[in-house]
Design a protein around this ligand. Structure first.
Ligand code: HEC
Ligand code: HEC
Ligand code: HEC
Length: 273
């Protein structure tokens, strides 16, 4: 027993010495301020370029798998409710207690939002503003907008059957629009998308389409991902792919279990179909 303890002590001392050497080398090679100037890790939650989040340390020294080094997507969340607000009124969700259905506001992600309806499209201003607001919903050339939002050059939504004013409010440009011409908040895009995609809205409300994270107890508080966190409203067709979602590079396969040579067993399905 005593012998083992002695060995352990020696080993620990060697380890300690070795560690000191490595530490000393590190100090010599890298200036101490490396930690302080380290770029924050930024990744996206659901749609690249639209739902960026900054990785936060959950607990000092803990591994943090929030941002995938492979795809750049967020894998795990420290706090599912960070930056959320109550969803607001939604048909058939009246029974959910206040503050139990949460969403992340879109407005802060939209760079042009402070200009829409104030500096531009206010119906009066001379300099940047179109002289008049459109009288109908028909497509018109919009080179200024195309320069600012390249996706608008070749609007990939509805196969030439819908245009800006089917979604954006004519006079209140910092708002979307419902079927009655009433304004809808950018933070509640489901009320806009749902006017044409009723089936998807229903699935989303039932938890079949989209994504929710949070407390999975009955009636628990949850964050609902809204339509525009995943879909780019100006490009839902993804060009030639002609399908509703821009694909991501998949994660690499997980490591094989110890002692396993390959994963061929996964190719064999026990039930023929
Ligand atoms: C299918 C509905 C729909 C159509 C059609 C549509 N938009 Fe949008 N647009 C949206 C939604 C929803 C957002 C908010 C996107 C988000 O939350 O990421 C948006 C955002 C924008 C923004 C703000 C972008 C930013 O980053 O700040 C501009 C500008 C814009 N649209 C202009 C247009 C123009 C011009 C057209 C016509 C060529 C158009 N949109 C057609 C739904 C639509
Ligand atoms: C004014 C009606 C209208 C609104 C509002 C609308 N869409 Fe669409 N959407 C369409 C039409 C029309 C199509 C084309 C269907 C087709 O021809 O296959 C479409 C297609 C789609 C597709 C499938 C693309 C494909 O070809 O597979 C997605 C995804 C989609 N919309 C998402 C949304 C989202 C998200 C919103 C809200 C931001 C929204 N839509 C708002 C009319 C609308
Ligand atoms: C968490 C992400 C996510 C959210 C939130 C989300 N969707 Fe989707 N949606 C998807 C994915 C993924 C697909 C499959 C696209 C594909 O096959 O390329 C899809 C497909 C669709 C399609 C096309 C279906 C088809 O047959 O091609 C429509 C329309 C659509 N979504 C509308 C909506 C609407 C409306 C909302 C909000 C009420 C919404 N989505 C919310 C991820 C999402």
């Amino acid at each position: 027993m005593k012998k083992i303890a002695t060995y352990a002590t020696i080993l620990a001392m060697c380890g300690g010495a070795l560690y000191s050497v490595i530490a000393a080398e590190n100090v010599a090679e890298q200036p101490v301020q490396v930690e302080a100037t380290k770029e924050p890790v930024v990744c996206f939650e659901s749609r690249k370029g639209a739902s960026e989040i900054t990785q936060q340390e959950i607990k000092p020294g803990w591994p943090n798998v929030k941002c995938s080094p492979t795809t750049g997507a967020a894998l795990w969340y420290g706090d599912p409710f960070e930056g959320t607000v109550p969803m607001g009124k939604m048909p058939l969700l009246e029974n959910i207690p206040d503050g139990h259905a949460l969403v992340k506001p879109r407005t802060e992600k939209l760079a042009l939002m402070p200009l829409c309806s104030t500096a531009c499209h206010n119906g009066v201003g001379p300099q940047f503003t179109p002289p008049t607001l459109p009288k109908d919903k028909r497509p018109t050339p919009i080179p200024t907008m195309e320069a600012m939002v390249p996706d608008l050059k070749n609007l990939q939504h509805g196969r030439d059957r819908i245009w800006c004013m089917d979604c954006h409010h004519t006079t209140k440009r910092n708002m979307l629009v419902d079927n009655f011409g009433d304004p809808v908040s950018f933070d509640q895009p489901q009320l806009l998308c749902g006017k044409c995609h009723g089936d998807k809205l229903r699935d989303w409300r039932d938890g079949i389409h989209g994504k929710r994270i949070g407390e999975f107890t009955t009636g628990g508080k949850k964050r609902w991902f809204t339509c525009t966190e995943c879909h780019n409203p100006h490009n839902v067709q993804d060009g030639l792919r002609n399908k509703g979602f821009v694909q991501l590079q998949p994660e690499p396969p997980p490591q094989l279990a110890k002692g396993m040579k390959d994963a061929k067993h996964e190719l064999v399905h026990p039930v023929p179909h």
